[in-house]
Ligand binder design. Structure first.
Ligand SMILES: NC(=O)C1=CN([C@@H]2O[C@H](COP(=O)(O)OP(=O)(O)OC[C@H]3O[C@@H](n4cnc5c(N)ncnc54)[C@H](O)[C@@H]3O)[C@@H](O)[C@H]2O)C=CC1
Ligand SMILES: NCC(=O)COP(=O)(O)O
Length: 333
């Protein structure tokens, strides 16, 4: 199968979260949104149970990846995981962790083999997986490990959350806030900036991406009076990026770089910490934001939200972020 003819592969995510529901709703909306064909890696019996409980009229067909495109027109294609998934809504179950992890591993294997052109992940509960012994902070870092496993070489994955009006990159990701200043090195900033610039050009066709870096401290340090990371670490990293031909600006005060006029001056905002980056995008575009992993030899997208255990099983979950994740994966792969 040629890469562009291949379907997308979608993972089950945490089966007790809203993943199965939004996936079923996305399938029902496939024609309205012009979604490219996809197949789900899951336990077909579990997905049929969720569809029945939520009265979502979706025909489900267990199939193989090479039959998925044909199936997609009349039924939701599911490639079966070798697990009996319990997935009681709202109650994450350690017994389901192995199936959740296996879906991610198998999805990457499908892309590597050419059975799928890109992967879209449903949300996982980090703490539920940590409790089951999962050693990776999140998908992003796990995918870098899987890329290394399949392709060799050092692999660094960069998280970007994207919407039409804003794209953000957290330079440090899933670490305690108190560790962020120590982990924020010149090398990390330069590497993150280079990956973002490269993938925005290659995958999003922005010829010369404009990168805007946020400071770490209030008012970007106020010339060192409120912290020295801007002077000692961030500004030198920006200078290195500029010397290497990357259009990089900053460090900008993080509190004033997300209003509309400021956003018009850059293509992506890169922030030292997770929440500096994710709060603005989730405020502006929670229902439409897409998490895209940059830096890998394959495309992975995901909705910007999590497992939403508080509403799982109630039928009220909004599928639009997953729909946008599927659309974007189709567009950039
Ligand atoms: N890509 C991934 O796998 C992600 C996983 N997570 C995980 O999700 C778990 C829960 O995280 P939270 O911080 O509670 O964030 P969350 O995004 O799951 O929920 C936050 C709030 O938004 C609501 N919400 C989320 N998605 C919604 C949707 N599609 N429709 C309607 N309402 C929605 C929820 O009901 C909740 O009130 C955590 O364990 C976290 O690790 C969080 C973000 C991304
Ligand atoms: N807050 C975003 C998030 O946690 C997503 O992480 P990942 O599982 O995509 O690495």
């Amino acid at each position: 199968m040629t890469k562009t003819a291949a379907p997308l592969v979608v993972t089950q995510g945490d089966p007790s979260g809203i993943g199965p529901e939004i996936l079923l709703k996305a399938y029902l909306a496939r024609d309205d949104y012009g979604l490219p064909p996809f197949f789900l890696l899951a336990d077909p019996a579990h997905i049929a149970r969720v569809a029945g409980e939520l009265q979502l009229d979706v025909k489900i067909e267990a199939t193989a990846p090479d039959k998925a495109c044909k199936t997609f027109a009349h039924a939701l294609p599911i490639v079966s995981l070798d697990y009996d998934v319990r997935g009681f809504p709202g109650r994450p179950d350690p017994a389901d962790a192995a199936s959740t992890i296996s879906a991610i591993e198998r999805a990457v294997a499908c892309v590597v083999k050419g059975d799928a052109r890109a992967l879209v992940t449903n949300p996982i509960s980090k703490s539920a997986l940590y409790d089951a012994g999962f050693a990776h902070p999140g998908h992003t870092e796990f995918l870098a490990t899987l890329a290394h496993r399949h392709y060799g070489g050092a692999r660094r994955a960069v998280m970007m959350i994207w919407a039409e009006e804003l794209a953000v990159v957290p330079i440090t990701i899933h670490i305690p806030l108190s560790d962020a200043p120590k982990r924020l090195t010149r090398d990390l900033i330069v590497e993150t900036g280079e990956i973002a610039a490269r993938d925005l050009a290659a995958r999003f066709h922005i010829e010369k991406p404009r990168l805007a870096f946020a400071g770490l401290n209030p008012h970007a340090g106020e010339n060192g009076a409120l912290g020295r990371e801007e002077i000692d670490v961030i500004a030198p990293a920006i200078a290195t990026l500029r010397a290497r031909g990357v259009e990089a600006s900053g460090p900008h005060p993080a509190d004033t770089m997300f209003h509309a006029a400021a956003r018009a001056t850059y293509d992506v905002a890169l922030c030292p910490t997770h929440d500096q980056a994710l709060i603005p995008i989730k405020t502006l575009a929670f229902e439409r934001g897409v998490n895209v992993t940059l830096g890998l030899p394959f495309v992975r997208t995901s909705p910007d939200h999590g497992t939403a255990f508080d509403i799982a099983g109630r039928g009220v979950a909004d599928p639009r972020s997953l729909i946008e994740a599927i659309r974007l994966a189709g567009r950039i792969s």
